[in-house]
Design a protein around this ligand. Structure first.
Ligand code: PBG
Length: 316
């Protein structure tokens, strides 16, 4: 077939407007720390955040997913819901800066970066306390919204957190702040490099009591159904590439926009193979992006976002 025709009949394509770029903001000064397990990804303090934000705006990526690395952690994860916390400061910096204020700021809501034990909720006698964690997640969401976050993305996987967050946002006047729920989030080994980047590895045990068993597809649909009933506006499926069947199932099951989270381990594997000259990085990354679109994702959260945006521009 002729290349022009092939291009005309192409069923799926990734566009720059599909991309969401995760950014790690660290408390402190003059920080630009490379994350060893994620080549090309750094943590920035607010005074140097412009270096990263300029790269984002230069290539036209429209949205950020913010993660915070606080200086101090405690049992209750209080850094998450502190109005002066690192993510709140970062949001205010972005939203009060003429150059960056049009970036869509999505705030990841979870306690694991802020708790001394590294779990996503409160812990008592080695058990993660679901219901007791909900008010803290809700408080975090409201605090991010107050700082100016455009979208709230709970990734903790506590049951009933979407409802608790929605109610708290509404009560505090943030009726139009949407919730992008990590509904189909699996207890995955692919999060390994992220836990280096965000210093959030659990100090004991694992996350299997609140994240899903990778063997379960139907359960993902139940989680999606529950989150929709509680008021989710968008759905995140995570990880992405090994779970394209789940994305496809969610696509046929509901009408909400779906974001596929191409997670840290997926990124690092590609980077490592590319660094060794074993794969063609650009072609492999674009194939993954297109595959996720084909599976049914509307948006892709990816550490490759800036490269993808640049490659798309070059191809114009
Ligand atoms: C916080 C959170 C994690 C990721 C996103 N939000 C880590 C985890 O659940 O352990 C993983 C992202 C990635 O691997 O890129 N709960």
């Amino acid at each position: 077939m002729n290349a022009v025709l092939r291009d005309m009949v192409r069923e799926n394509r990734i566009q720059v407007s599909d991309l969401i770029y995760p950014v790690f903001v660290a408390e402190g000064q003059d920080i630009r720390n490379s994350v060893a397990s994620m080549p090309g990804i750094c943590q920035y303090s607010i005074d140097r955040l412009s270096e990263e934000l300029d790269r984002v705006t230069d290539v036209g990526v429209p949205a950020l997913l913010l993660f915070g690395i606080p200086k101090h952690k405690d049992e209750w994860g209080s850094g998450a819901y502190d109005d002066g916390g690192i993510v709140q400061q970062a949001i205010r910096f972005i939203k009060t800066n003429e150059k960056y204020k049009n970036l869509l700021v999505i705030a990841d809501v979870c306690l694991c970066e802020y708790t001394s034990h590294g779990h996503c909720g409160l812990v008592k006698d080695g058990v993660i306390l679901n219901d007791e964690t909900l008010p803290l997640l809700a408080k975090t969401a409201v605090s991010y919204a107050r700082a100016g976050a455009d979208v709230i993305a709970p990734s903790d996987m506590m049951d009933k957190r979407v409802g608790a967050i929605r109610a708290a946002l509404d009560e505090n006047g943030f009726l139009y702040t949407p919730v992008m729920a990590y509904s189909a989030k699996f207890a995955s080994a692919f999060y390994g490099p992220f836990r280096d980047a965000a210093h959030s590895a659990p100090g004991f045990g694992d996350r299997k009591t609140y994240q899903m068993d990778p063997a379960n597809g139907r359960e993902a649909l139940r989680e999606v159904e529950q989150d929709i009933l509680e008021g989710a506006d968008m759905i995140i499926a995570k990880p992405a590439a090994c779970y394209m069947d789940v994305i496809k199932d969610i696509r046929s099951f509901c009408k909400l926009p779906i974001a596929a989270y191409n997670v840290s381990g997926e990124y690092s594997m590609v980077k490592a193979a590319a660094a060794n000259g074993w794969i063609d990085e650009k072609k492999v990354v674009m194939e993954i992006m297109t595959g996720l679109k084909r599976a049914g994702a509307d948006l892709v959260i990816t550490y490759h976002a800036l490269d993808v945006a640049r490659w798309l521009k070059e191809a114009e």
